[in-house]
Ligand binder design. Structure first.
Ligand code: SF4
Length: 228
């Protein structure tokens, strides 16, 4: 069924059932998001996409709220911009965003400070290097869930990783904290491809960043093959 609603004062006609972020993007209106990816189902985790909907008490996540007839939506009101800026500042206060250019760009666009919460506890963890294909550095993980979704029923149906822990201790991990080779992981690399922060990184890229040359890496790999 066709519906008409208003986004930033612009009258938009669309089909019932589409989310606000889908309609916005179809109409050239940029609503930012971190957890939404074309390969994964939207699930309103990061909340960067919040918008103001007339008549609603709290800001609404545009990735899951559907456009409705006569709805009036503001995507860049003062309240929206402040919320996005604060979410980005909270992320920057706890997570290493040095490998997340997309989010750094958002920080600049929204005037977010990396030092807004200088006393915040940082989410730090050891780099996990337990398989030949990729490393996991969860001090860079903002829990967008993209990797978990592509590993599960959005793509691969492997179910090797999931969330573990609760609250501040929540982290992506394997069942019983097993090393990757001891899980159902088939090293397809889809989790690495959708990670927006460098928390999951190809092993080769990681080793090059550590100063190894392509030749050094070739020697490492041939040693690994011989040991098998
Ligand atoms: S590892 Fe990457 S893709 Fe997975 S939840 Fe963390 S930031 Fe998202």
């Amino acid at each position: 069924m066709a519906i008409t609603f208003f986004m930033d004062g612009k009258e938009i006609k669309t089909e019932e059932g589409k989310t606000l972020i889908e309609v916005a993007r179809e109409n050239g209106i940029n609503i930012p998001s971190v957890c939404v990816h074309e390969a994964t189902k939207a699930n309103a985790l990061c909340r960067i996409c919040v918008v103001e909907v007339e008549g609603q008490r709290v800001l609404q996540p545009a990735c899951i709220v559907k456009a409705a007839n006569n709805m009036k939506v503001q995507t860049r009101s003062g309240k929206v911009l402040r919320a996005r800026r604060t979410i980005l500042e909270m992320l920057a206060s706890t997570i290493d965003l040095s490998d997340a250019p997309e989010i750094q760009n958002m920080m600049a666009e929204y005037g977010a400070s990396f030092n807004r919460f200088p006393d915040a506890k940082r989410r730090e963890s050891e780099i996990q290097d337990d398989n030949p294909m990729y490393i996991r550095d969860y001090s860079k993980c903002l829990l967008c869930w993209r990797c978990v979704q592509v590993c599960a029923d959005d793509a691969q149906y492997t179910f090797a990783i999931n969330f573990s822990g609760r609250g501040f201790e929540t982290q992506v991990g394997t069942f019983f904290d097993r090393a990757i080779p001891e899980t159902s992981c088939v090293l397809c690399g889809q989790c690495v491809a959708v990670c927006p922060t460098g928390a999951l990184k190809p092993k080769r890229e990681f080793l090059l960043e550590q100063g190894l040359s392509p030749q050094d890496i070739g020697v490492l790999n041939s040693g690994r093959k011989k040991r098998k």
